[in-house]
Design a protein around this ligand. Sequence first.
Ligand SMILES: *Cc1c(COP(=O)(O)O)cnc(C)c1O
Length: 415
Amino acid sequence: MSSPIWHPFTQHGLQEPIPLVTHAEGAALHTADGRRVIDAISSWWVTTHGHRHPRIMAAIAAQAERMDQIIFAGWTHEPAEAVARGLTAIMPPELTRVFFSDSGSTSVEVALKMALGFWVNRGAPRHRILVLEHSYHGDTIGAMSAGARGTFTRQYEPLLFDVGTIPFPEPGAEQRTLDALEAACREHPAAFIVEPLVLGAGGMRFYAPKVLAEMRRICVAHGVLFIADEVMTGWGRTGTLLACEQAGAVPDILCLSKGLTGGSLPLAVTMASEAIYQAHYAADRARMFFHSSSYTANPIACAAAAANLEIWREEPVLERVALLAERQRAALEAIARHPAVRNPRSHGTIAAFELGSGESRYLSDLGPRLLAFFRERDLLLRPLGNTIYVMPPYCIDETDLGRVHAAIAEACDSF
Ligand SMILES: *Cc1c(COP(=O)(O)O)cnc(C)c1O
């Protein structure tokens, strides 16, 4: 009998094979039929150091001996306290408050609710949200509303709330973006939410730190809250702990998830400035922040995140990131010579390009054909339409990375 499982972002009608993974280690997944598959996309951007980092596994095992799950409204525990202390120590000092949830989408929902609560509690309600064209912030209704409309959202369109969309800063047209943001900010929106430097699901689109810095400056000038969704870009992906760092841009609200636990367990935080916290702080219960999920700050997930923070403190993570970034850049330079390669680009540990002359469309049939091509070569790569990208865990060695790049060069010849 076939499995009753309904997989995410999977068209079961196409009968694509769904490999059974039995274990994972470092940069590899091992399947039941004995294959070792290189995880070249960090299992959808979550795995930072590598699968089953010993410190994180040990922390999970130790925590499981002490406590599983407890209510977090009005109660606390040491793993959550350790994560909050660790985060406030390394994130921008302006972000004094840490709110836990359990996924990137939820961290975005929380950010949007904090922004609205901030304005309402100050007695000057605002609700309009500004977003960047092509952005992606998750798949729940609020996060989808803030993200680009298109293939992913078409069926749910009537439920999505209206937002102000700022054009993506295409190279050479950055001023148009900044002018549009400035004009939109004059209408007193509540907040502007952005993916700093790299728009992930929207096609691995990059823009310059100076544009991010300017966007932040405009928001500050107009008193519009600036929300940085670093769910993907955080934890070293772009070469620094946060992408915002490269622009010297401190957000009012920061969303983190994916690499927060090193990619081992689901956990997210939304960090907020003191002003946002203070807008909710009162003797009046009607002004509290009305959000919780059952598993808020799960102790085992928090123990994994605390171990991740320890790894960042004690291991040369940024050196590994720099080495991987250099290898990615060098490989891309070689691949870029192929005539079928368009718009080759890399930023930090991420390398991407478009294959062929067709416009990049998620539903282009090239995507599934490439997926199969790479799967046959024991590689986990999952192109976004005809956008091929490589985003491996930082532990990937030269041999495995070489195999990934060789297969991509082969794909350039074959499609
Ligand atoms: C993945 C992602 C999300 C959603 O995170 P989930 O954990 O999948 O809900 C939100 N924002 C960005 C930028 C992401 O890349």
